[in-house]
Ligand binder design. Structure first.
Ligand SMILES: *Cc1c(COP(=O)(O)O)cnc(C)c1O
Length: 223
């Protein structure tokens, strides 16, 4: 299978997920693949849907809004995760569109999401994004504030708070970051641990990822 189609690339990623799960003594079903479709057109997402993929990630609310409502009409069982830093003024639109928001990272956003959920009577599941590298330019809660912030989110959102997410610094070994995130999920009894991208998802699976977010390795380079 050397043909380089989107469907064959998806198959290859699924195979690698199964292998990495087995190597870690985990069931392949314990790792979900989030296909990150940001910057790629709806036509590419349709190809992935036709190849059986149902779970997608988008960074920007506006872009998700342009692509996903129409796709949902045809594939009602698709699931959308918002994975990018979220402005408070986009909280309501994000609540309307997303099944999961993976990037909850500050009290002002918690307030905005609460208000939006009350108004819409709809609350997506939520993950707290942790800035495991404490990088100033990156979204996410600082390491030392993570515990208190997770507690705040639990108090506010209850069962809707389901997990944690991180993006390790590009120039570092991701393994210690993944280990830290998995430990945090465990300590706070959160089921979902979203970590690992095209370059490092196998390492993330070895450390306990329950979702891996893969863009380039499925859709190719972003236009
Ligand atoms: C773009 C993006 C990804 C996917 O990255 P690839 O290297 O293309 O697999 C994963 N997570 C987040 C938060 C992203 O913004």
């Amino acid at each position: 299978m050397s043909d380089d189609t989107l469907s064959s690339r998806l198959d290859q990623i699924r195979t690698r997920i199964t292998q990495a799960s087995a190597a870690a003594g985990r069931l392949p079903e314990s790792v979900k693949l989030v296909a990150v479709s940001k910057f790629h057109p709806a036509a590419a997402i349709e190809q992935a849907l036709e190849a059986g993929q149902r779970l997608f990630g988008e960074n920007r609310v506006q872009e998700a809004k342009e692509k996903f409502p129409t796709l949902r009409e045809r594939w009602p069982d698709l699931r959308l995760h918002i994975i990018g830093g979220l402005q408070t003024n986009k909280a309501q639109e994000a609540c309307r569109l997303a099944d999961v928001i993976e990037s909850v990272d500050r009290p002002a956003l918690v307030d905005a999401l609460s208000r939006a959920a009350d108004k819409l009577e709809r609350l997506p599941n939520l993950f707290v994004q942790i800035n495991t590298g404490d990088e100033p330019q990156k979204s996410g809660v600082a390491r030392e504030e993570a515990g208190a912030f997770i507690a705040l989110c639990k108090a506010r959102f209850g069962e809707a708070l389901q997990g944690v997410m991180c993006i390790p610094p590009e120039d570092e070994d991701p393994a210690p970051h993944f280990a830290f995130l998995a430990g945090l999920a465990h300590d706070h009894k959160l089921m979902e641990c979203s970590m690992g991208m095209s370059a490092d998802f196998e390492t993330a699976i070895a450390h306990g990822a329950t979702l891996v977010r893969v863009g380039t390795a499925i859709f190719g380079h972003r236009p």
